[in-house]
Design a protein around this ligand. Sequence first.
Ligand code: 1QQ
Length: 388
Amino acid sequence: MRQPLALLALTLSAALGTAAADKVATPVPIGIGVAQTSNTALLGQEQVIGARFAEKYINARGGINGTPIKLVFQDTGGDEAGAINAFQNLITKDKVVGIVGPTLSQQAFSADPIADRAKVPVLGPSNTAKGIPQIGAFIARVSAPVAVVAPNAIKQALKLDPKIKKVAVLYAQNDAFSVSETGTFQDTAKAQGLTVATVQKFLTTDTDFTTQVTAVLNENVDLVIVSGLANDGGNLVKQLRQLGYKGSIIGGNGLNTSNIFPVCQQYCDGIIIAQAYSPAQPSANNQLFVKEYTAQYKKAPPQFAAQAFTGVQVMVDALRILDRKKKLADWELSDLRVALNTQILAGKYNTPLGAISFDKEGELNQAAFYVAQIKMKDAKTGTFVFLK
Ligand code: 1QQ
């Protein structure tokens, strides 16, 4: 059967993410594609909270010059296929103006090219591996790269214990972020004059780390550095302590959530983790964010929530400027997506992360970074204590 030309054109444009006639919906749909299920939800959960909080916070202040926003959530799960599917739904079905997501760099390397080809701007809320902004012209991030965040943890560990000499490094070899972060950790350790005595690999799906822990214990190291995700990383720390390791531990960004407490329990105590966000960041914007977030959730905002909030805020700040040039409801969706990408990269933003902007590739410019240490009160309750 012959397909009428008009129908063919419609199918084609739908496949590209917009139909010719698509306008921007009201309330303005912003896509959130993060992990709401799977082990990766230990990390994604805080992003959902941060994004939902941003929606409420922004709409309470008039949204985009009087027009409310509406977040559209698509669960990516923890793998590449889930992220691709979520991004496709956000782009073609939900017709979002832009996407905040995905959770993992490992997912970003697969899903971001889809948004880039469809000319839909993406802000990575937690994609810290090397190379993320370079995926394409429509890809930027509000999550500072491991190269600038991770070294702070080693410097802080040396401040706490200047006698550290020998280091063991462990990383999840099936995860792009973990591979990238361990590279930074190993380079920094050597640059600080430390000896990397052993490098051990594992998988994010592993639950038994006896082999790696035995290798670490054989080297008599003073510091162990773990680059993995929340469940594997938490179990690894727990088994290190249970098998008798007594030295310092640095966890990477994949362990940067209180959702690891049920995994490593009292053994989480003492883990040192670099932070791209601090509730103490003194800007008026952050202090108001912290006040309202704390009032609602009875605890200070964690990094992943603050970064997801920032992703939504940056999209909204940029949309406000475009809306002043031409009311958002009058734009063609495909034109607005392109203009939004340009505006995101051009702007300056006062966010919970402080004053931020982007370079022309979409890499984040952010001024201040921090280090926290986990203090467990018992097997269940703990806090991230920020170090000076
Ligand atoms: C990345 C990360 C993860 C640990 C975020 C949850 O930094 O995948 O890039």
